[in-house]
Design a protein around this ligand. Sequence first.
Ligand code: ADP
Ligand code: MG
Length: 143
Amino acid sequence: METITNSPQETDQLARKIAEKIKPGDVLALYGKLGAGKTTFTKFLVKSLGFEDRVQSPTFIVARVYNKNSPSLARVNHLDLYRLQEGKEVEDLGIKEYFDELNSITIIEWPEIAENYLPRKTIKIRFTELGENKRKISVQNLH
Ligand code: ADP
Ligand code: MG
């Protein structure tokens, strides 16, 4: 599925649609250059999933965890792998454990270095900047 959004609000609408389709246990890998919209999309998605936390880029730490009091979807893990140097760190730092959590949705910015560790069913979302407010967003593996 491929969508062009012409404003952050349109990206919010797309995030809402995706929020309705994803389930606890899902892993989402967000690809795209700096400024493409990965964190913005994550903010909208986390809000649509019913979390009230303030979402900011986890760049200086590898992971932020958002919690809510819900038995079905208790957590969203927001990872940013930009600062990792090699794929092996995904295991060494325990990042891989996030991918296996059944009650969480895990969102990964800069997932390339973890490519070999991503679950086979990972939902892959690619962001391309087409203009100041225009983004191409393609979604793969969303059922
Ligand atoms: P990334 O996390 O990919 O580095 P950010 O989400 O931090 O990118 O930054 C994207 C920037 O682009 C934000 O300032 C956002 O407001 C802006 N923007 C403009 N148009 C859009 C759009 N259509 N969708 C998402 N973000 C957009
Ligand atoms: Mg970001």
